[in-house]
Design a protein around this ligand. Structure first.
Ligand code: SF4
Length: 357
């Protein structure tokens, strides 16, 4: 249950009414449009993907990045994904992490085991945890509420946590026979402040039906997200209700049912640049050290402005991701690229973005 597009707001209208013939499909033409602060359409994005060089994509992405961030600036967090259970009945064919309830090897972490992971996170200089497990039919709502309340009581504001992906939230609400609104209130009462946009993956009904057919529809996903927002929980939306950040993780195919080939870092970087150019109202575009290791920082030259230094994520590690705890080496690489990384504390909230969004 991964992935994450957080929010949605538009000051512009995506240019869909133009025919390709009426567009100036050249780097200079599209660059002139971006320089005027205008939004590009799908035809232009597709043309850039097919025709623009890496250097040209970097240059265009920098134009959009500079609307929100000082050149040479970037932020990062040290965080841990706490995989509290690997038991799951959703059976996504791209997942190497889950065990069915009938299989050997399933687990559920105790409070003490979770605390040990959070203590280690704090000792390594991190202060953000994200809880991500599976659709475990043996876990009642009380497991979640007691766990989150215990974390809030033990750590207070010294540590923030993202409680579950939206997909897990939907499952626990259904399992407890509660509406999404009621479930959100119960979690909020247990000290939860954040339920983020994870579990979106490729958010189309067609993809869901083919690859995660037991995992809820896109329409249900949006209903749950709406209930979460209305309950006053945070989902990484910005001050105007739009998306504050976007992070795409690349797919790790190893040991999954679907298999496949992992894309190269070079291809990922082109995606990242195009995301920055196309998602021109999302201030924070994040690059993924978890799936691309140190090379992910080259994404700072492709429009990204923020990254995690993760210390654990069993889901992606089971599918082939590797993690380094040599944070100084990674941060120094950012410096070699010309960026000064500054730690970002989730508990301090979002800045006022320079474009006023
Ligand atoms: S991706 Fe998440 S929901 Fe899908 S099988 Fe794996 S743990 Fe379950």
């Amino acid at each position: 249950m991964r992935g994450g597009v957080h929010g949605a707001a538009a000051n512009y209208t995506r240019g869909m009414g133009h025919s390709a013939a009426s567009l100036d499909l050249s780097v200079a033409g599209i660059g002139a449009k971006i320089a005027q602060g205008l939004r590009i359409g799908r035809d232009e994005a597709r043309w850039l993907w097919m025709n623009a060089s890496d250097a040209e994509l970097c240059s265009l992405a920098a134009m959009v990045r500079d609307r929100f961030h000082e050149p040479g600036s970037c932020t990062y967090m040290v965080m841990r994904i706490v995989n509290y259970t690997n038991v799951c009945v959703a059976q996504c064919d791209y997942c190497a992490f889950y065990k069915l309830p009938t299989q050997d090897g399933g687990y559920v972490l105790s409070h003490d085991e979770v605390f040990a992971k959070l203590d280690e996170l704090l000792a390594l200089g991190g202060d953000l945890a994200a809880f991500n497990g599976g659709f475990n039919p043996h876990l009642p709502l009380s497991y979640y509420c007691e766990l989150f309340a215990a974390i809030r009581a033990r750590y207070g504001d010294a540590l923030e946590f993202y409680a579950l992906t939206i997909a897990e939230f939907m499952y626990l609400a259904d399992h407890a026979k509660l509406s999404y609104a009621e479930a959100a209130q119960r979690l909020k009462g247990a000290g939860v402040r954040w339920i983020t946009g994870g579990g979106s993956e490729i958010l189309t009904e067609e993809f869901r039906a083919r690859h995660s057919k037991f995992k809820y529809t896109v329409a249900e996903y949006f209903l749950a997200q709406k209930a979460i927002v209305e309950a006053g929980l945070k989902t990484e939306k910005n001050q105007t209700g739009g998306l504050a950040s976007f992070l795409c993780w690349t797919f790790k195919p190893y040991f999954t049912q679907i298999g496949g080939i992992e894309i190269s870092t070079a291809e990922h970087l082109r995606h990242l640049a195009l995301c920055r150019i196309y998602f021109d109202n999302i201030p924070r575009i994040r690059t993924s050290v978890l799936t691309q290791n140190q090379q992910a920082l080259e994404g700072l030259n492709y429009g990204a402005d923020d990254f995690d230094l993760p210390i654990e994520d069993e889901v992606t590690q089971k599918a082939g991701a590797t993690i380094s705890l040599d944070f100084e080496r990674i941060l120094n690489y950012a410096r070699e690229l010309g960026y000064e990384p500054v730690y970002r504390h989730v508990s301090l909230g979002e800045p006022r973005w320079t474009d006023g969004s």
